[in-house]
Design a protein around this ligand. Sequence first.
Ligand SMILES: *[C@@H]1O[C@H](CO)[C@@H](O)[C@H](O)[C@H]1NC(C)=O
Ligand SMILES: *[C@@H]1O[C@H](CO)[C@@H](O)[C@H](O)[C@H]1NC(C)=O
Ligand SMILES: *[C@@H]1O[C@H](CO)[C@@H](O)[C@H](O)[C@H]1NC(C)=O
Ligand SMILES: *[C@@H]1O[C@H](CO)[C@@H](O)[C@H](O)[C@H]1NC(C)=O
Ligand SMILES: *[C@@H]1O[C@H](CO)[C@@H](O)[C@H](O)[C@H]1NC(C)=O
Ligand SMILES: *[C@@H]1O[C@H](CO)[C@@H](O)[C@H](O)[C@H]1NC(C)=O
Ligand SMILES: *[C@@H]1O[C@H](CO)[C@@H](O)[C@H](O)[C@H]1NC(C)=O
Ligand SMILES: *[C@@H]1O[C@H](CO)[C@@H](O)[C@H](O)[C@H]1NC(C)=O
Ligand SMILES: *[C@@H]1O[C@H](CO)[C@@H](O)[C@H](O)[C@H]1NC(C)=O
Ligand SMILES: *[C@@H]1O[C@H](CO)[C@@H](O)[C@H](O)[C@H]1NC(C)=O
Ligand SMILES: *[C@@H]1O[C@H](CO)[C@@H](O)[C@H](O)[C@H]1NC(C)=O
Length: 732
Amino acid sequence: MDQGKQIFLLIMCLQVFLIAAVTDPHDFAALSAVKSNWQNTPPNWIGIDPCGSSWEGIQCSNSRITSIVLSGMGLTGTLTADIGNLPKLQNLDLSQNMGLTGTLPPAIGNLKNLVYLSLVGCSFFGPIPNTIGSLTQLISLSLASNKFNGEIPPSIGNLLNLYWLDITDNKLTGTIPVSNETSPGLDLLVNTGHFHLGQNQLTGTIPPKLFSSNMTLIHVLLDSNQLSGSIPSSLELVRSLELIRLDRNSLNGPVLLNFTGLTNLSQLYLSNNKLTGPMPDLSGMNLVTYVDMSNNSFDASSIPPWFSSLQSLTSLIMERTQLQGQIPDSIFSVAQIQSVVLSNNELNGTLDIGNNYGAQLEVIDLQNNSITEFAQGSGYSKTLMLKGNPFCAKIGSTENYCSLLQQPNTSYSTPPNNCVQHDCNSDQISSPNCKCAYPITGTMHFRSISFSDLGNASYYISLQASMMDAFQSNQFPVDSIALSDPIMDEYDYLDLRIEVFPSNSDSFNRTGFSMITSQLNNLTFFQRPSSFGPFYFTLDNNDYFSGPNKSSNKGIIIGAAIGSSILVLLLLVAGIYAFKQRRKADTATEAAIRLRDPFASWDRNESAGSRPQINGVRCFTFEELKKCTNNFSDANIIGIGGYGKVYRGILTGGKVVAIKRAQQGSLQGNVEFKTEIELLSRVHHKNLVSLVGFCYELDEQMLVYEHISNGNLKDSISGIFKTPLKMNISTC
Ligand SMILES: *[C@@H]1O[C@H](CO)[C@@H](O)[C@H](O)[C@H]1NC(C)=O
Ligand SMILES: *[C@@H]1O[C@H](CO)[C@@H](O)[C@H](O)[C@H]1NC(C)=O
Ligand SMILES: *[C@@H]1O[C@H](CO)[C@@H](O)[C@H](O)[C@H]1NC(C)=O
Ligand SMILES: *[C@@H]1O[C@H](CO)[C@@H](O)[C@H](O)[C@H]1NC(C)=O
Ligand SMILES: *[C@@H]1O[C@H](CO)[C@@H](O)[C@H](O)[C@H]1NC(C)=O
Ligand SMILES: *[C@@H]1O[C@H](CO)[C@@H](O)[C@H](O)[C@H]1NC(C)=O
Ligand SMILES: *[C@@H]1O[C@H](CO)[C@@H](O)[C@H](O)[C@H]1NC(C)=O
Ligand SMILES: *[C@@H]1O[C@H](CO)[C@@H](O)[C@H](O)[C@H]1NC(C)=O
Ligand SMILES: *[C@@H]1O[C@H](CO)[C@@H](O)[C@H](O)[C@H]1NC(C)=O
Ligand SMILES: *[C@@H]1O[C@H](CO)[C@@H](O)[C@H](O)[C@H]1NC(C)=O
Ligand SMILES: *[C@@H]1O[C@H](CO)[C@@H](O)[C@H](O)[C@H]1NC(C)=O
């Protein structure tokens, strides 16, 4: 029996004594067992009453634990199956705890009321258990940025309430599961808005069955996998789509679908595949802002008319797409255009930017083409890249535009808000409001943006304002937000550094810290400006509460209302845990010996009276117990259960005891029996029935308890005795 379960069961036995606690004892036991495998839990996690004494990160309803939010707490350890014993849990957020590792226990599937599950930015590995498909209330499943491997469980298709599916940035393999006669699949998720499956190692084709007209997807992100085959034309049935990322795969064949039916489409990434046939035609798609079809093997073509006709287009990224012929100057005069990247094509003739170029045009990249002339005099003075054209070979590298290889300077940093920044002590940082404090720092990774001019501060200013707005209207303790260092990463995600500063104090307490880091991964929390697509957040300061000179020591230990007897219980639980841990650490040799005879070290050869005692627990002989129960007479039976019978007995000193005798077929393994005795032998408390001794011989397993004839206690004890099967510890 694993140690978590033992603690759990022990606590169940004790529940009658814990009337003072608000928290349901089952929930407390389960949480204690989960906690015992974690380090760095909040310092106020003491006592037996997570609900009543407001353990940080825990929320309850009617004495049951409904929410665990420990985002960014620096937790280390593993998540044990005990988590499955919190049946009322609705929200489990352990995100941004890099030290949380191990596998995700299948018991997670027991959390039938779970609505939100976020493990973003931890170090979990192994398969995503198929039992995840039992969480039918789930709205949000966020497992991004872990090390999960194995296949995507088809059972996810059972999650008909799921709106947000994010398994980005793991090591998932296999194909994308769709339903068949015997198995569910992702095609059943008709209420899901987000499929975020990027940055994995998925293979096979994108199943045509995955998409249907019944779906309500707005984001389909399959980028950076190893998908092959053609893009299924069923994709065009999903009319609600706004963002499609299929880039960085091995998709091939001609693109047969008609994107023009996807009237809400804003961003389309098809780059870095092996697509052939005609370049897709986006004519009339007036909401499209960002198009990247670079690095494909489309048929050679001249520049299509739609390049110059899309009213919302900001970014036209068409590197290495077999474009040829003359460049019409109309492509530079698109109203919103910011970047035109047509490098590594066969564009020729004379380049004429014209006088009508867009007011926001920042970058023209035409490197490695066949341009022979440049009609100057348009007045365009922003970034122009022409290196690798015959024109530059002709004039040499004298002009900037023939040598410039760098993208323009796009640095940004939220400026001070009408105040003067001063130097701060040690590792404090000056906020935009010029207060020195310890911010939450990290990176927001935007999976798409509708712009490419990263140097235009107005985007960050509006983002910052909308984030501030969300924090303030939800009364989060946030003073200000600083954004800085925008950069496009290797996956074409915009990475933006963020610092969130505390109000009222120079640092966040755990509750505030965890609330904020948790919501930084909640897309619906922020009314993002439309320029910013979906994002996820990764935390930098994983040691906020454990680093030196930090707010860690401010953690206020609320030991309130914890009576001494309760503390004893706590110590007991801790003692059992420590004991079990030490057990685990025993050498293999010792373990092997104990397996053969668990009592080998107990010196069974000595005479009965002088046998060693474990914390006052005596080893009785069969004969002794036979005698004191009048040969196990039926008259002495005080309880019967599936495990055997409980007898009243009187020891030689006159002490009244209850003797539980396991019947044949209910005997435990040697090791289990011994462990149980050791466990129970540590229970010594005035309110608890204590173990007096045991008998282990001749196919007999008996446990001898103090017998208390006090009404309530007696009842509860015999009650305990009557429910051994539920308890699983046969003695309880
Ligand atoms: C049905 O789908 C499951 C999981 O995707 C797969 O293992 C199984 O082989 C499929 N069965 C048939 C009959 O295609
Ligand atoms: C769409 O839903 C309707 C009714 O809910 C159902 O009859 C139909 O089979 C579904 N179509 C697809 C392609 O799933
Ligand atoms: C397109 O977006 C608008 C505004 O968000 C929405 O009302 C409309 O239903 C969407 N169209 C489709 C086909 O989903
Ligand atoms: C795509 O749809 C538009 C409008 O329905 C139509 O004009 C065009 O011919 C279609 N293109 C293809 C390749 O089917
Ligand atoms: C196209 O491929 C080249 C190298 O193969 C890579 O350096 C470049 O970033 C790719 N372009 C885009 C837009 O992804
Ligand atoms: C430009 O390329 C096109 C297509 O390859 C070709 O027909 C045309 O003659 C070229 N023009 C110049 C001026 O080289
Ligand atoms: C920056 O972006 C905003 C919003 O798109 C736009 O109105 C403004 O003109 C841009 N500024 C520059 C200098 O391009
Ligand atoms: C242009 O071509 C040269 C030589 O093939 C290559 O080294 C360089 O990286 C190319 N430039 C770009 C922007 O792809
Ligand atoms: C970019 O601009 C910032 C100010 O906006 C300046 O501090 C920085 O030095 C510049 N970087 C480069 C490489 O020019
Ligand atoms: C922690 O911060 C939150 C949010 O500011 C506040 O409501 C709570 O009272 C603080 N808790 C403690 C123990 O100071
Ligand atoms: C995410 O934000 C929305 C809107 O504020 C809120 O209703 C929801 O409960 C949040 N989700 C979590 C897991 O906190």
